[in-house]
Ligand binder design. Structure first.
Ligand code: 1GP
Length: 253
């Protein structure tokens, strides 16, 4: 199985180059708007596209992936809410284990069902520790996953969870307050996770401004994910992309 995309994340982390991922929720982005959104994101220098959602009601993930791929060669990575979102037309899939929760179906259950499908596909499968963090209000992710997010002000819980994920062999960590969260993961929490593991860290949920994106990078995030803010106003992508690509990790708080 290819590890091209994971290796590129590791490489960028080594070079201290942070990246911007655009999250496309196929339910929230009508296909007729998608082409414009993807074009604008590419002009702004976005690095990759995540596709998926905690709950999808329209059966259009394949069309969505194909529409993105018709516009760009940047990686399209499935960020699946369930096994029904596995699709071979993408480049990679985040094989998410919801390690912040205690729901066995999302720790290993869905994975067993997906494994034989993935075995027959070309898709790069990236073992990812997914950590939901309280972002001020319940989100679709917290409700549908039937798990309790890590309290916002408990960085040490996040750090210990991240360490456990690394010892289990996970290759990537995703800290997320969920789509449309009131506020993003705190710098304190990102720093605590950064200090405890040497894996690439993805941070998303509730990021709406260049300052919030830059703060996450400064604290140690390697990939910043933005969805809702761009669904509402794609012109924001230019300044957020600039913030992500010009800010550096800083050891000093
Ligand atoms: C959600 O991390 C993503 O899983 C992005 O969140 O939609 O709030 O940007 P937003």
């Amino acid at each position: 199985m290819s590890e091209l995309i994971l290796n590129s994340f590791i490489q960028k982390k080594r070079q201290q180059q942070s990246q911007l991922a655009i999250l496309i929720d196929p339910d929230e982005t009508p296909i007729k708007h998608l082409t414009h959104l993807v074009r604008e994101a590419c002009i702004a220098g976005a690095d990759m596209f995540f596709v998926g959602g905690s709950l999808l009601t329209e059966d259009n993930i394949k069309t969505c992936i194909k529409t993105i791929k018709a516009q760009t060669d940047k990686p399209v990575i499935i960020f699946p809410g369930s096994v029904t979102q596995v699709d071979e037309s993408a480049d990679a899939l985040l094989f998410l284990s919801l390690i912040s929760g205690r729901n066995p179906d999302l720790l290993i259950g869905q994975h067993v069902i997906a494994a034989p499908m993935l075995k027959n596909m070309e898709l790069e499968v990236i073992p990812t520790g997914y950590m939901l963090v309280n972002g001020g209000k319940p989100t679709t992710a917290s409700y549908i996953s039937n798990t309790e997010p890590i309290p916002h002000n408990k960085p040490s819980i996040a750090a210990c969870t991240a360490m456990a994920g690394a010892y289990l062999g996970l290759q990537l960590l995703y800290l997320d307050t969920g789509s449309g969260a009131e506020f993003p993961v705190s710098q304190k929490m990102i720093r605590a996770v950064r200090k405890s593991v040497d894996l690439p860290i993805i941070v998303g949920g509730g990021i709406r401004t260049p300052e919030q994106a830059a703060n996450a990078v400064k604290a140690g995030a390697n990939i910043i994910v933005v969805g809702t803010a761009f669904e509402e106003d794609i012109s924001l992508v230019h300044e957020i992309s600039e913030a992500v690509h010009t800010q550096n990790f800083s050891e000093i708080e």
